[in-house]
Design a protein around this ligand. Structure first.
Ligand code: SF4
Length: 379
């Protein structure tokens, strides 16, 4: 099972963000850590001390946790769950709060063995458009300090398609980063979330998104550039050096069970899915009343298969042809074979070891391709 710990606080809301996070205070964080420990104890009992393969601190801004908070959380997890030896333990960090060798050294000593840094851009103007708090220098310093602190598995997150961003800026930045050889890179196309300040600025035509063909070139040329530097484009938004893929996220894409703790966290265990209340107060109340996980959705039949199709086709490894053909009539299976042949002929997909995987060109139009493979509910 994968374990996700949500940390729902940030120093300031970024201008594009629709994640579940609120303003940070030290007092609020301390109270929250107490709730997290209670929830961890609740699930260890309820699930009878399950085996944990990966632990992921996500947010929000988990690097606002003090080392002593992380120690309390990890101690509880190791006492109450069966954590596999060598389990991947990732913490998402923002440069403005993690740019400190002593802090990073403490995390490393506590057993955090993978750091994922939210860099987003190395251009101060673009960082300002996104409403990020850090500077490009702080981002690079965080990478250096993490290495000094002993981290040997470091991922950096970037965003492409930012208003005002050019193709050259994106590729030059990737070139700079690739030369620094972080173990992992996540490159997300900017999503304009409804109701965010960024959306309002775009609607008011104060700023403009790059043209669609520029965005396509950012994705495809970025993928080729990173490939030339030895990075495997192993998922639509993710690249890694050999053997440095995220075990936690790969587990999600492979359909492993996962337990999420904290407000807005989602869990899926034995095909049962539930989501915690989004606001902290309702979450705390549900925890107190032992109602967390009470409202479950059971995933079955075509819903389950479709989810597996959607998740697997995000990865370059892709989806087993046997699963793709499952639950289809003979006629549908024939249509499917025609579709697969056409995708391969057009360079949008390849078949390797009986798995269908999308090429970068296919990933660019993955939503359209995936929708062609989904089983219609009426079936
Ligand atoms: S740091 Fe991340 S979670 Fe926090 S406001 Fe910015 S984008 Fe949202």
């Amino acid at each position: 099972m994968l374990l996700y710990i949500h940390v729902p606080f940030c120093r300031r809301k970024c201008r594009y963000c629709a994640f579940a996070s609120g303003p940070y205070s030290r007092k609020g964080m301390q109270t929250y850590v107490d709730l997290l420990l209670q929830e961890l104890c609740f699930w260890s009992e309820r699930l009878e001390h399950p085996t944990i393969e990966t632990i992921y601190f996500g947010g929000g801004t988990p690097s606002l946790l003090w080392a002593q908070d992380i120690e309390r959380i990890l101690t509880t997890i190791f006492m109450r769950f069966q954590v596999l030896p060598g389990a991947e333990i990732t913490l998402e960090a923002n440069p403005e709060s993690a740019n400190d060798t002593t802090y990073l050294q403490s995390l490393h000593d506590l057993g955090v063995n993978r750091l994922n840094v939210g860099v987003q851009s190395l251009d101060s103007h673009l960082l300002a458009i996104l409403g990020r708090l850090h500077t490009p220098d702080q981002a690079i310093q965080t990478l250096d300090k993490a290495r000094t602190a002993g981290f040997t598995n470091i991922g950096l997150d970037f965003i492409w398609g930012i208003p005002g961003q050019s193709l050259n800026q994106w590729l030059d930045q990737l070139e700079t980063i690739a030369r620094l050889k972080p173990d992992h890179l996540s490159c997300y196309g900017l999503t304009i979330e409804p109701g965010t300040p960024l959306e309002r600025d775009i609607q008011a035509e104060k700023i403009m998104l790059p043209a669609e063909d520029t965005q396509s070139a950012m994705f495809l040329e970025g993928s080729a550039l990173l490939g030339a530097h030895g990075y495997d484009h192993y998922e639509i938004s993710n690249f890694c050096l050999p053997d440095r893929h995220s075990h936690h996220n790969t587990g999600y894409w492979q359909g492993m069970d996962y337990l999420g703790v904290g407000p807005a966290a989602v869990s899926t265990i034995s095909h049962n899915r539930w989501t915690h209340p989004h606001d902290l107060e309702s979450y705390a109340l549900s925890l107190q009343n032992r109602q967390l996980g009470a409202n479950r959705e059971v995933l079955a039949g075509s819903t389950l298969t479709n989810e597996q199709i959607m998740l697997s086709l995000r990865t370059s490894k892709g989806l087993g042809l046997d699963l793709l053909r499952a639950h289809r009539s003979e006629q549908e299976a024939q249509q499917l074979d025609c579709l697969i042949e056409s995708l391969c002929q057009h360079g949008l997909a390849t078949i390797k070891d009986a798995f269908l995987g999308l090429t970068p060109e296919g990933m660019l139009v993955s939503n359209t391709i995936i929708s062609e493979f989904l089983i219609q509910e009426a079936n």
